[in-house]
Design a protein around this ligand. Structure first.
Ligand code: ACM
Length: 493
């Protein structure tokens, strides 16, 4: 049983094996999922696998009317997320996946795909037999928020790349994609009230390439694609620092009325919105309103990190005016943990990106104020850190991060006290990341490692077992076209 993330409960039945046969059918209570599963299984098996209406199919996807006995999620932040629990029951006759919600059923299907031989991930016909080990799995996530962040500002990535990234996240039961949509190097989302943000502010990137931006139609298409895979988009506009791209587009956002040139380097901390300018708040309010209208999910991320050109007084004045603007859109504030210094907005989430065993004063303030906490410890889950000195891209300011380093920690004990941890997110900053192959190299295998940290109960996971399971996923990634880092601690086949 090589499932990642490792399920909460597995009861194997070694006397039983299910084999998918050429005449098998699929029946699904979810119209999307029946087709989704058939589309994935038909190419490698070569079977027709019709999706039928009559019960008794070889694969049954069942939406339950009520909670699954013993499988109900009991996790922080549950009100923002559906019940994601599921069961998979494998007998000689059939595989039955049950969930109380579409999300739960989707995760059960992911588990089923991983119970099949790894050749199921090929897109051309492979030899069977297509067996699934007998038994029963009862599973639900440890944390409600299981995410990754992609920085599309330092280097821009088109919607097709993001869709494939969503696919990869969802195969490992991750349910949030946080998009870092603005920074000094580029503004990546169209805003009708301020059109030059995208057309001028989005026209470059690190190294001076053409950059780019998402139209509202493209962004909506991505939102819908992700939603079908139970991935929520969390859009970030980083403020009050990291705003050079916006300042290049609109001279009036600058205190001296002069637009700076585009920035194509990788330094941080040199730009700021004027906390004392009225236009700043008109700008922020209109941007947030348009972003909220594009966002069915509950969160808007307002950055707040590395505002090194903003005085501490201005930072507090800015954040204390801007956080209520988020709330006014009906969304919940998320910010890098420096927002802990500002007043607490109801339900606020502080994203901890610290690099030491001890949280800094801003994080201590967030904890003291009772903020919900999203864990992104830089020395554990920053996917832009190199694996080792030889990694061909990446940074190392938070250290080298091997697969084991990314895996071998407990979110419950990272911070002092008993913080209200809603989950874990792995950020991928793209100063050195230029292509989809670069994304894949840094994300695999660490992304599946973080997925297990966020999903699986602590007692169910340990490094030796994870290492062995992870090794069997290498061939799957190869079938996906993902060029991954062959971490030397993993016994790859
Ligand atoms: C960050 O890495 N500046 C949040």
């Amino acid at each position: 049983m090589n499932v990642i993330p490792v399920p909460a409960e597995v009861v194997p039945d070694p006397s039983v094996t299910f084999t998918l046969r050429p005449d098998a059918t699929i029946r699904s209570d979810s119209a999307f999922l029946g087709g989704y599963l058939a589309d994935l299984l038909r190419p490698p098996t070569g079977y027709a696998l019709p999706v039928v209406e009559v019960a008794g199919a070889a694969i049954e996807l069942v939406l339950l009317p009520a909670a699954i006995e013993g499988a109900r999620s009991n996790i922080s932040g549950i009100s923002d997320f559906p019940d994601e629990s599921y069961t998979v029951e494998v007998t000689a006759e059939r595989v039955t996946v049950r969930g109380r919600t579409e999300a739960g059923l989707f995760y059960g299907v992911q588990t089923l795909l991983q119970l099949l031989p790894s050749t199921v991930d090929a897109r051309t016909v492979q030899d069977g037999p297509w067996t699934v080990p007998g038994g029963r799995i009862v599973d639900r996530p440890r944390y409600a928020y299981r995410g990754a962040m992609l920085d599309v500002s330092r280097h821009f990535f088109g919607v097709e790349v993001l869709k494939r990234f969503v696919d990869r996240l969802s195969r490992y039961k991750m349910n949030v994609l946080h998009l870092h949509l603005s920074d000094d190097q580029g503004w990546r989302i169209a805003v009708d009230a301020w059109p030059r943000l995208a057309t001028v502010g989005g026209a470059s990137q690190v190294g001076g390439g053409p950059g780019g931006h998402y139209t509202k139609a493209q962004y909506a298409e991505l939102v819908a694609y992700a939603a079908a895979r139970h991935v929520t988009l969390v859009p970030e506009i980083d403020m009050p620092g990291h705003v050079n791209a916006a300042l290049t587009a609109y001279p009036e956002l600058n205190r001296d009325g002069v637009a700076p040139p585009p920035y194509t380097g990788v330094d941080v901390g040199f730009s700021t919105l004027g906390a004392d300018l009225d236009v700043t708040y008109t700008f922020v309010r209109q941007v947030l309103e348009e972003l909220a209208a594009l966002t069915p999910g509950p969160y808007l991320h307002i950055g707040g990190d590395e505002a090194l050109s903003t005085s501490p007084e201005d930072y507090l004045a800015f954040m204390n005016r801007v956080q209520p603007l988020v709330t006014a859109t009906g969304k919940t504030v998320v910010g890098w943990h420096q927002i802990g210094a500002a007043d607490r907005e109801p339900g606020r989430i502080a994203q901890y990106w610290g690099n030491t065993p001890d949280p800094d004063n801003d994080m201590r303030a967030a904890l003291a104020k009772g903020d919900r906490v999203l864990l992104s410890p830089a020395n554990r889950v920053y996917l832009d850190m190199k694996y080792d000195a030889d990694t061909r891209i990446g940074l190392d300011w938070a250290g080298h991060i091997t697969v084991r380093t990314a895996y071998d920690w407990d979110p419950a004990t990272l911070l002092p006290g008993t913080p209200d941890v809603i989950g874990v997110e792995a950020p991928l900053w793209t100063e050195t990341v230029e292509t989809e192959a670069d994304i894949d190299l840094l994300a695999f295998p660490r992304l599946p490692a973080v997925a297990e940290v966020a999903w699986s109960p602590q007692p169910a996971r340990d490094w030796p077992a994870f290492r062995a399971r992870l090794a069997t996923h290498g061939p799957r990634w190869t079938h996906w076209g993902v060029g991954f880092h062959p971490d030397p601690e993993i016994p790859w086949p």
